[in-house]
Design a binder for this molecule. Structure first.
Ligand code: 0X9
Ligand code: ZN
Length: 421
């Protein structure tokens, strides 16, 4: 009887735990492929209503647009799409169950193994930074970590420098997690850090003696942590805005001060692509900007990791015009993608971001090239192409990270061998 009571109590406690995602129950992701330019325009107008979460943006004829709608708005959305001859395909039939299925196991970060991570699961912000510091303690001759700033909500931002040679060796700056819900990004970046550091006196000893890596695996920590506790599909930062509706956060990849807010961004604080009240309004982006500036004299490449769509892109995002040296960026991207694809056959598209997905100003890549003057600036959209989208299952972390690292090694080797041109 006692056992029964305890069991009942346990069931009650478990079922009484609040569901952090009630709005995702029955929510669906629909895909449409516009065949006419006016349909693209219609989808853009629909996006501006801020009623639906656009997982991919309307850009051009033939490019799929994925939209998430809650269960209540679904019939309205379907009718609106069918009205303009767009036939939606259900990409995700119940977002809540996909979220539940891809929820990480509870890691006990209070025990003595709290600094261990692997790539069979996702890890929260404290676990990532704890691991980063322990790596620096274990491999002091190869890397060091630094606290380089504090987020809006007070979290410490960290940078790891990996390299064994001179401080003025050519540098590569890498960041991840600018968009909170793109969990595969910090996971892939931490994987690459781990590879470089743990093999730093073996396989990568020559590379690290000639190239310095400056890496920040999670540059939107408040947003990222919010995806763990409140809303798995949150994209922006968590700063307060002057919104009368109480909307929070700025799209950190619309917040950089180069052609800021000119195109593909919103001035509405409730929008997922809100550019912020001014360039670099977000303290987290100020921190990353300052770190890029700090190493700018030596930086030859910049890589920022996003998901999803499998694209290897270069500037510009604010115009369809191409930089004068686009051919150099394109050539290196082709070689990187060839290496990436050779591992598991994963296909990537290559091109300037405006011509590949859509025009969007205020991105980090454009600023890093246009203002900091780093020649090879890339935005990489990791797996997949929409089957899981932001909710990429944990069993795809290692293959995604492995293939991406193949591409990054091509960039790194090129920088190493190109030194002293
Ligand atoms: O819209 C973005 O910020 C990126 N795509 S995502 O789906 N991860 O949000 C693409 C950014 C490409 N670069 C620029 N537009 N500058
Ligand atoms: Zn992104």
């Amino acid at each position: 009887m006692k056992v029964l009571l305890v069991l009942c109590g346990l069931v009650l406690v478990v079922s009484a735990r609040p569901d952090p995602h009630p709005h995702l129950k029955g929510a669906q992701v629909l895909r449409v492929v516009p065949e006419e330019t006016w349909q693209v325009g219609y989808l853009r107008a629909l996006q501006q209503q801020d009623l639906y979460d656009f997982w991919t943006e309307p850009n051009s004829v033939g490019r799929p647009v994925d939209m998430m709608s809650d269960v209540f708005q679904l019939p309205v959305l379907r009718a609106a799409l069918e009205n303009v001859n767009l036939s939606p395909r259900v990409l995700v039939s119940d977002v809540a169950s996909l979220v539940a299925g891809s929820t990480p196991h509870q890691h006990n970060n209070k025990d003595s193994f709290s600094t261990r991570i692997d790539w069979t699961d996702y890890y929260d912000y404290d676990q990532i930074t704890g691991w980063l510091d322990s790596l620096a303690t274990d491999y002091p001759s190869v890397c060091k970590t630094e606290d380089v700033g504090t987020t809006y909500e007070g979290r410490t931002m960290k940078l790891i420098t990996i390299g064994t040679g001179a401080a003025d060796n050519p540098g590569i700056f890498i960041d991840g997690g600018i968009h909170a819900r793109e969990w595969i990004s910090p996971a892939t970046v931490t994987y690459m850090i781990n590879e470089l550091v743990t093999k730093g006196s073996g396989e990568f000893s020559e590379l690290l003696s000639k190239v310095n890596f400056y890496v920040m695996p999670s540059i939107n920590p408040d947003g990222y942590q919010y995806t763990w506790t409140n809303d798995r599909l949150w994209r922006k930062t968590r700063s307060d805005t002057d919104s009368s509706f109480g909307c929070k956060g700025v799209d950190p990849n619309r917040n950089w001060g180069f052609h800021w807010n000119e195109v593909g961004a919103s001035s509405s604080p409730c929008s997922d692509i809100y550019a912020g009240p001014e360039p670099f309004s977000e303290v987290e982006m100020q921190v990353v900007r300052d770190q890029v500036n700090r190493f700018a004299p030596t930086l030859q490449a910049y890589l920022t990791f996003h998901s999803y769509s499998q694209l290897w892109m270069y500037p510009w995002g604010f115009t369809s015009d191409l930089p004068d040296d686009w051919q150099d960026m394109d050539n290196l991207a082709q070689n990187a993608v060839t290496a990436l694809t050779s591992l598991y056959g994963t296909r990537y598209e290559i091109g300037s971001s405006t011509n590949t997905i859509y025009a969007a100003a205020g991105g980090s890549d454009d600023w890093v090239k246009g203002v900091a003057g780093v020649k090879y600036a890339y935005t990489v959209e990791l797996r997949d192409t929409g089957s899981y989208g932001f909710l990429l299952p944990t069993n795809q972390i290692i293959p995604t990270a492995e293939e991406t690292f193949e591409g990054v090694k091509v960039v790194a080797d090129f920088i190493m061998n190109n030194n002293g041109r």
